[in-house]
Ligand binder design. Structure first.
Ligand code: DGY
Length: 425
């Protein structure tokens, strides 16, 4: 069944496909990114099921011996990106970064498995991935939750995927810039500087990379050694959803030990998530672990928990927050509340709408019966594509395309939405 948007999305997946992995977009992001790959595999699964499994398998081929799955895999050299392998210095056989990214793979693999047409192959491929995903989750809980609270901290804004969110402003201001040296940013040669993080933020991002490198990339040490340690409800929600989906998969695949472990992690994390709830803000807030205080900031990271199985009452309040945002926004979902002082509709995670976030939030809302607001979110997502093409992100008021063009995971989400709404067979 052909549909112009479906055909456009398939074309973008093909354009960015390098055989065994997909770049988010040529130029701006010329390597494999962790959560980009996992989410892109969802759209790809409708186009070429086997290729979708390969995307995730490639990612896990580069898992570190300690269990971490890095946020970037530098499959081949590209001078157009900074910071490249020589800055990271992780000394992996194929160079990678040394930090991770939202663990959405457990969720993605369940989806691939559930919709598989080739069941024997899906069973075998999911079964092989299962212990690797579990090892990654175990690594998160072991190294990023040393006090066993049930929730993990990120140690670099890049790990959150929401790089320049105002959630990190206070914590990042404690990261020094001294000694970081000169460097040339490459991102602003590919995208408008007004859509990207600031150079001061980049200095702090690079300081952290150099600091971790000086610890020999011993990931067991980095949490305590980092001045930046933030518990992000969005990041944790994605991890906990993946734990729950892994438990479900383990049951289908006769892996009871993994199933029990994953379920314990999910249950414990969900109970701990309650500590991040703010009655005053009617949403979840980040928690700055380095100073032991909540972060007073209204971002989409505090709405993302609806992606995982939070209590019905919390889910209803998130739905109400989203309805309020919908009244104040042309295109859902702004990544930062438009009434908040830091809001900037074009600058990366300070306001723009992202289709992957829309997809995850709509998924949770539909599961919990908040179908009207979910439909608004999906409808707005499709309008953005019609009006502004397959961009990285969009101004939630004007709908203007921002960041990089021809974006893989945006295309993948369009395929998902078209399938969900019956737009294509
Ligand atoms: C970038 O380079 O902007 C990425 O988000 C870092 O992973």
């Amino acid at each position: 069944m052909s549909h112009p948007l479906y055909d456009g999305a398939v074309e973008i997946l093909a354009r960015n496909d390098l055989g065994h992995y997909t770049v988010p977009t040529h130029g701006l992001y010329p390597f494999q990114w962790n959560w980009d790959s996992a989410l892109s595999a969802l759209g790809q699964s409708y186009v070429n099921e086997s290729r979708a499994w390969t995307e995730i398998e490639t990612l896990f081929d580069h898992q570190w011996p300690d269990g971490m799955v890095p946020h970037i895999i530098f499959h081949k050299e590209d001078e157009g990106y900074f910071p490249g392998p020589s800055v990271w210095g992780t000394e992996r056989p194929v160079p990678t970064s040394g930090i991770s990214q939202p663990a959405v793979t457990g969720f993605a693999v369940r989806k691939l498995f559930e919709r598989a047409k080739d069941l024997p192959s899906a069973r075998a491929r999911a079964k092989a991935l299962l212990p690797k995903i579990q090892a990654w989750h175990d690594w998160f809980f072991a190294t990023r939750d040393p006090e066993e609270t049930g929730l993990v901290a990120i140690i670099h804004p890049w790990e959150s995927g929401r790089d320049n969110s105002a959630d990190w402003n206070a914590a990042l201001s404690r990261v020094p810039t001294e000694g970081v040296g000169d460097f040339q940013r490459r991102d602003i040669q590919h995208a408008a500087a007004a859509h990207r993080p600031t150079t001061e933020q980049y200095q702090r991002y690079i300081w952290l990379v150099k600091h971790f490198r000086a610890q020999g990339w011993d990931t067991a040490k980095l949490h305590d050694a980092s001045p930046f340690r933030v518990v992000d409800p969005g990041f944790n929600a994605i991890l906990l959803r993946s734990c729950a989906d892994l438990a479900w998969l383990a049951e289908q695949l006769d892996e009871p030990a993994i199933g029990a472990r994953a379920k314990t992690q999910s249950d414990k994390g969900l109970a701990a998530m309650e500590h991040l709830w703010s009655d005053r803000h009617q949403q979840y807030l980040c928690y700055d672990r380095a100073i032991g205080a909540p972060v007073d900031c209204l971002t989409v990271g505090g709405l993302l928990p609806v992606f995982t199985a939070i209590a019905p009452d919390r889910s209803a309040r998130i739905a109400a927050r989203l309805e309020d945002l919908a009244r104040r926004t042309t295109y859902m979902i702004p990544s930062h509340d438009p009434h908040a002082p830091e809001y900037d509709g074009e600058r990366y995670w300070l306001g723009p709408a992202w289709l992957i976030v829309n997809y995850m939030i709509a998924d949770g809302l539909n599961r919990d019966g908040h179908t009207e607001i979910a439909a608004r979110i999906v409808g707005d997502s499709m309008k953005l594509i019609v009006e502004s093409g397959f961009s990285e992100y969009y101004d939630p008021m004007t709908g203007a395309p921002c960041g990089g063009p021809h974006f893989t995971w945006t295309a993948a989400m369009v395929i998902e939405f078209l399938k969900q709404t019956g737009g294509v067979e």
